[in-house]
Design a protein around this ligand. Structure first.
Ligand code: PMV
Length: 357
C-alpha cells in the first residue's frame, strides 16, 4: 500500500491546495501511558465531538531545494511554539511520507474554540494535519486506495502527533488500541466501532470551563510518569475490563453502568496523576464542586448525566440530547457559577472530519 508513495512523483508547476476540518474527541475509557513510539499501554474508547474542531489547509509546491520551507500560521499569526511542534511532526512522519522532502509547505490552521480556553487542541489539530497529508499522498500517488485505507493511514499518522488524535479521524464511537474482545482493534491506528442501539446514545457534551490556564504538567510528562507508577499494571487492566463492559452497557441500555464506568475512568485518570512520583493535580475546587453537583442532581432527578475529565480541570458533562432542555436549566441554575467567566462550550457527538474545498 505504501510502496507507491516511496517513489518520486513528477514535478508540478505552481501550488496545490488541500484542507480538512477535524473535530476533537472525548474519551470515555482513557488512554494514559504509552510505549515505544506513541503506542498505547491500554485501549481507549471515545466519541467524536462536533463543535470543537480545527480547520487546517496546506498549500504545497514542488521544490528542488535541499531543504524545503515550512510556513505555519495559526489563526492569522505565526506562533513559534506551534511551528516547532509541526516541524518536528513533519520530520517524524517523513519516514512514511518521503515525498514531503520535495515540497514547500504553507500550513494554516484555525480552531473553532478560543486557543486559551483550556481545551486541548492536539486531537483536532493533529488529526486535521494528518488528514491533509494523507490527501496529498492520495492526490500525488493514488494511495492509500479507498476510504477505509485512507482513514486508517490518516489515523496512523495522527497518532504519531498525539495519541488521542488517532481517534478523531472517525465520527461517532471510536476505539484505539488492541483488545482481544474487540474485532479489528489495533495499537497502530483507531477504528470506528458500531454501538448497537446507537440511537439511544446520541449524546451531548457540555464542556464546563473551570480554568483556561495553561496546564502545569503536559500530557507527555503525565504519560511518562506511568512508567514507574506502582498502580500502572492495575490501571491498564482496569481499562481493558472497562472497554467491553462499556460497550455491553450501551448495547443493553444500562444507564447506571455507563455512568459508573465513565466517571470511574475520569477519577482513575486523575488519581494516577495525584499519586505519580512526582505527583501533580490538574483538578481545581470548581472541578470538585461540579462533580458533587452532578451526583446530587442525578440523585434528585434521576436524569441520565455523567461527568468526565480530560487531562485538565474542565468538566465534560455527558447527557442525552433528548434531555438538553433540562440539562441547560441545570447548567444555568447550578453549574455556571463554577465556570470561569460563565464560559462553557455546547458540544455533542459528531460524524467526523470533513474535507474542505
Ligand atoms: O493524546 P495525548 O497524548 O494528549 O493524551 C490524551 C490523554 C487523555 O486525554 C487524558 C485521555 C484520552 O484518551 O484522550
Amino acid at each position: 500500500m505504501e510502496a507507491k508513495s516511496l517513489q518520486t512523483f513528477s514535478p508540478f508547476a505552481g501550488s496545490r491546495h488541500v484542507g480538512w476540518k477535524s473535530p476533537s474527541n472525548i474519551a470515555l475509557v482513557k488512554y494514559w501511558g504509552k510505549r515505544d513510539y506513541q503506542l498505547p499501554r491500554n485501549p481507549s474508547l471515545s466519541f467524536t465531538l462536533s463543535n470543537s474542531f480545527t480547520e487546517t489547509s496546506v498549500e504545497y509546491s514542488y521544490t528542488r531545494k535541499e531543504k524545503p520551507t515550512i510556513a505555519f500560521v495559526f489563526e492569522g499569526k505565526s506562533k513559534k511554539s506551534f511551528k516547532t511542534r509541526v516541524e518536528k511532526y513533519l520530520q517524524t512522519v517523513g519516514v512514511y511520507l518521503p515525498f514531503l522532502k520535495h515540497l514547500d509547505l504553507k500550513i494554516k490552521s484555525v480552531n473553532s474554540f478560543p486557543h486559551s480556553s483550556g481545551i486541548a487542541s492536539s486531537a483536532s489539530g493533529m488529526s486535521a494535519l494528518a488528514l491533509c497529508l494523507t490527501s496529498m499522498e492520495q492526490r500525488l500517488f493514488g494511495t492509500p486506495e479507498g476510504r477505509k485505507n485512507f482513514l486508517n493511514k490518516a489515523s496512523f499518522l495522527a497518532r504519531l502527533g498525539s495519541g488521542s488524535a488517532a481517534r478523531s479521524v472517525y465520527g461517532d464511537y471510536v476505539l484505539w488500541g488492541e483488545h482481544a474482545a474487540m474485532e479489528g482493534s489495533m495499537d497502530e491506528a483507531a477504528v470506528q466501532i458500531d454501538i448497537a442501539g446507537k440511537d439511544r446514545w446520541e449524546l451531548g457534551d457540555a464542556i464546563l470551563i473551570t480554568s483556561s490556564e495553561k496546564k502545569k504538567v503536559s500530557s507527555s510528562v503525565g504519560h511518562a510518569l506511568m512508567e514507574h507508577h506502582p498502580y500502572a499494571e492495575a490501571r491498564y487492566e482496569q481499562a481493558r475490563i472497562h472497554i467491553p463492559q462499556l460497550a455491553e452497557a450501551m448495547k443493553t441500555n444500562q444507564d447506571t453502568a455507563f455512568q459508573e464506568i465513565v466517571e470511574n475512568e475520569a477519577l482513575s485518570l486523575h488519581a494516577l496523576m495525584i499519586n505519580s512520583n512526582p505527583g501533580f493535580t490538574l483538578m481545581n475546587n470548581n472541578t470538585w464542586s461540579i462533580i458533587e453537583e452532578v451526583r446530587e442532581y442525578r440523585k434528585k432527578t434521576g436524569t441520565f448525566v455523567a461527568f468526565t475529565l480530560d487531562a485538565g480541570p474542565n468538566v465534560h458533562l455527558i447527557y442525552r440530547k433528548k434531555d438538553k432542555e433540562q440539562i441547560l436549566e441545570f447548567i444555568h441554575s447550578e453549574l455556571i457559577q463554577y465556570c470561569e467567566n460563565g464560559y462553557w462550550i455546547d458540544d455533542a457527538i459528531g460524524s467526523g472530519p470533513i474535507e474542505l474545498n
